[in-house]
Design a protein around this ligand. Structure first.
Ligand code: NOJ
Length: 763
């Protein structure tokens, strides 16, 4: 019986994995349908226009409805509201000639109405189960509201925190990024062979932005990217590939150029690598106006760039309306019928796989929308996950956790805002619902805590800058604030005097990171820093609750503020979660998914760098004719993988099962980790590897494994990491994925710098 069951699952797995490539029933259904389609209707399927302002009850008469009836639209995105979506779908199914259902998409990036921490914060949990769960809940809520396709996960590796979209990714490491990509895809779509698209709450994911979008020059959004292929493959590509291996249904092209050709027209990227090398068989959509932007990139007019995009392997045009010109290109022999048919088939396949031809209303169910969105259960999970995303950067004299008694002064421009709590890219969230930090602290602290509040300062001194940094309804109400920063500071100091402890809620507003929010200065903004300095001067214990969408420069804060809790933007439940951690109901366990530099001049600063021919000795500072700076050490302020707890963890030496292995063997590296403090807590045990000698230069350290373990006070656990030759593979000069014999350092610890070491030889 057991054997039969296993056989059954193997067959199901095979069938689902190959669903897109070999499903005769689907193939013949689509062939029949395509035989009935005109060229215009085929091009219509490739078109993803802006929905415009569709008002419920009036979808029928909206401008877009006409186009849907004419078969000019394949899908719509960022329309919110199940009734609206139902109406629009009805127009497509009942009033267009062939009744092909539309694909409704949205940027469901870190949750739908129940928002989880921003992706960078999710990465700081290092908890793949939690990440998958968050995507699962996002899919349940989004699908209940009519959404079948999400533009997530965003897996762009970045080493430049000046880039605003650092907040949307998983940080600087491809191994961690790849694991997260997989977990997200599974959460949205289900797992191949188990539950892929198996219910009306499994939606299609879209991995983005392929490729290298996080490597724009100077950290400026949309900027030029230029890097060697060996770097691409060893350091940037893995997360995209991991999403594809997990079965992701769609890919979004990035805005940037790769090797001198915009990704959107880059055939090598979209076809040779994506399809031929990696075996992707879903569809590729451009990013927003990705096709028209190629006119500004300087590679041709709309007709030319549209043809180039199609020929490169793009299937769907988001917003540009450029694919309309393909009809003329076809007539002029510039594209082929086969190229158009291939793209059209891929879009129809996606709709088929999602089950839209069986039931166009599969994801449109007003009953579900009432019962499954922003539920107490989802909110409780979001709160718990948010607590895991916070990173304790410093905690002198056990300033934290706070006592649930006495007077707490909550001060800062981010203390009393709802709309800034969820974080950037939370389009479906109702911005009035998140609790403010003041409310969160009061709720968790209880009746014996007296909470006082003062704003203390504006977000930044420059009002125009503040306006740019508080768009999309995330205002901090500066317009209603008639006081000067000096007056606000005076009030804050009065309140601080009356308190036992100060919680300073400072940092970035939510729109200071995210798309088109690059910055050159990564300090806490000017007026806030003045406020913080004055608060520290009072001599009261100060806890800095740092809101940020990126690594920041915090040297002064690290040297002068007793306690720093980095909370990123924690989603709709952030305020309560921050309360949970501040008062010690939850012990913080987040770890940095990216390096925090000492200053902007060090950027790019990342842990997995090369050694160079003139490395600086470990722990040294300046040495003439070595690779270093005159004015600052090479060290980060906080290294990758770093994060404190209210307890402490001790690591034993690393024990290896063997010091010499063959290509067909593996080594087990073991460490015993002990919770040596007084509180229960979780630790992320991290495994790093260094390939000592190879045919090409290799990084000084590479994450190759991690495990998050919960240990009671005093408890010890042995963690085993299996190191196989496969795990040691890299792309060589000829871009072959190889493992080469030689010596390997094994490093295990609680962050990328403080590690225990051992070495083995691969023969
Ligand atoms: C542009 C962004 O780059 C992309 O991430 C997003 O999915 C699209 N706009 C659609 O909103």
């Amino acid at each position: 019986m057991k054997k039969l069951l296993i056989l059954f699952f193997v067959i199901v797995a095979f069938v689902t994995i190959h669903a897109q490539s070999s499903n005769p029933e689907m193939d013949s259904f689509i062939t029949d349908l395509m035989n009935k389609m005109t060229i215009d209707e085929k091009l219509g399927q490739l078109n993803l226009p802006v929905a415009g302002d569709i008002v419920t009850g009036q979808a029928q008469s909206s401008n877009i409805a006409e186009r849907i009836k004419n078969g000019e639209v394949g899908g719509l995105f960022n329309v919110k509201g199940v009734e609206k979506i139902k109406e629009i779908q009805r127009v497509a199914v009942e009033e267009s000639r062939l009744g092909i259902p539309l694909l409704f998409a949205m940027d469901v990036i870190h949750g739908y109405e129940t928002a989880f921490p921003i992706p960078l914060g999710m990465a700081a949990t290092w908890n793949m189960e939690a990440i998958e769960k968050s995507a699962r809940i996002a899919a349940i809520e989004a699908s209940a509201d009519g959404i079948a396709w999400t533009f997530s996960p965003m897996v762009d590796i970045s080493r430049d925190p000046r880039w605003g979209r650092f907040s949307e990714g998983s940080g600087e490491d491809p191994f961690l990024g790849g694991k997260i990509a997989k977990a997200m895809v599974y959460g949205y779509q289900g797992r191949p062979g188990i539950d892929l698209y198996s219910t009306n709450s499994h939606i299609m994911a879209c991995v983005k932005h392929y490729a290298l979008y996080g490597a724009g020059e100077g950290g400026r959004d949309y900027n030029t990217v230029d890097m060697s292929r060996i770097r691409m493959f060893n350091e940037y590509m893995y997360p995209y590939q991991a999403a594809i291996d997990a079965g992701v249904g769609s890919v979004m092209a990035s805005f940037n150029e790769v090797d001198g050709i915009p990704a959107t027209a880059n055939k090598w990227l979209m076809t040779d690598v994506l399809r031929t090398q990696w075996g992707f068989n879903g569809f590729v959509v451009t990013d927003y106006t990705g096709i028209t932007e190629m006119i500004d990139h300087g590679i041709g007019d709309l007709q030319t760039v549209s043809a180039r995009a199609l020929k490169a392997g793009i299937d769907m045009d988001m917003v540009s309306e450029g694919f309309k010109t393909l009809k003329q290109s076809l007539a002029e022999g510039k594209v082929t019928q086969e190229e158009i048919d291939t793209a059209c088939r891929r879009i129809l396949e996606a709709k088929y796989i999602l089950g839209l031809f069986d039931d166009p209303y599969k994801f449109i169910n007003p009953e579900r929308a009432k019962n499954e969105i922003y539920t107490p259960e989802h909110r409780a999970i979001a709160r718990q996950i948010a607590t895991e995303s916070f990173v304790l950067l410093k905690n002198e004299n056990e300033t934290l956790p706070l006592k649930k008694q006495g007077t707490i002064a909550v001060i800062g421009p981010l203390a009393n805002t709802r709309s800034n709590m969820p974080g950037t890219w939370s389009v479906a969230v109702n911005l009035d619902v998140p609790a403010t930090l003041i409310e969160g602290i009061q709720r968790v602290g209880g009746d014996n805590v007296n909470v006082l509040y003062a704003k203390g300062s504006h977000l930044v001194s420059d009002a125009a800058y503040e306006e740019r940094a508080t768009m999309f309804g995330r205002t901090l109400h500066r317009d209603q604030e008639t006081r000067t920063d000096e007056e606000m500071l005076r009030e804050a100091l009065e309140i601080a005097k009356k308190s036992d402890v100060i919680v300073a809620a400072l940092g970035e507003s939510s729109e200071m990171s995210g798309e088109s929010s690059s910055r050159t200065d990564l300090d806490i903004p000017d007026v806030q820093k003045t406020l913080l300095k004055e608060l520290v001067k009072t001599g009261k214990p100060v806890v800095l609750v740092l809101f940020t969408g990126r690594p920041k420069t915090l040297v002064w804060e690290h040297q002068n503020v007793p306690s720093i809790l980095n909370v990123w933007f924690g989603g709709t439940e952030a305020a309560y979660a921050i309360g949970d951690v501040l008062f010690g109901d939850v012990n913080p366990s987040g770890k940095m998914p990216a390096t925090f530099p000492q200053n902007v001049g060090q950027i790019p600063l990342f842990y997995n760098h090369k050694n160079t021919g003139r490395p600086l000795a470990e722990g040294a500072w300046f040495e003439k004719f070595r690779s270093n700076y005159l004015d600052v050490t090479n060290d980060p302020l906080y290294p990758f993988g770093y994060g404190l707890s209210y307890t402490t963890f001790d690591y034993s030496d690393v024990r290896l099962s063997a010091t010499e292995i063959d290509m067909n063997e593996y080594v087990t590296a073991s460490v015993t980790v002990t919770n040596s403090g007084k509180r229960d807590g979780a630790e992320v045990v991290q495994l790093y590897i260094r390939d000592r000698v190879a045919s090409v230069t290799r990084p000084v350290s590479e994450l190759k494994g991690f495990e998050k373990v919960f240990l009671k006070a005093g408890e010890s656990r042995t963690i085993d990491f299996k190191i196989t030759p496969e795990l040691l593979k890299f792309y060589n000069y000829d871009l072959e994925f190889v493992v080469e014999p030689g010596d390997f350092d094994v490093m295990v610890g609680g962050n990328s710098q403080e590690v225990k070491r051992a070495r083995f030889t691969l023969k």
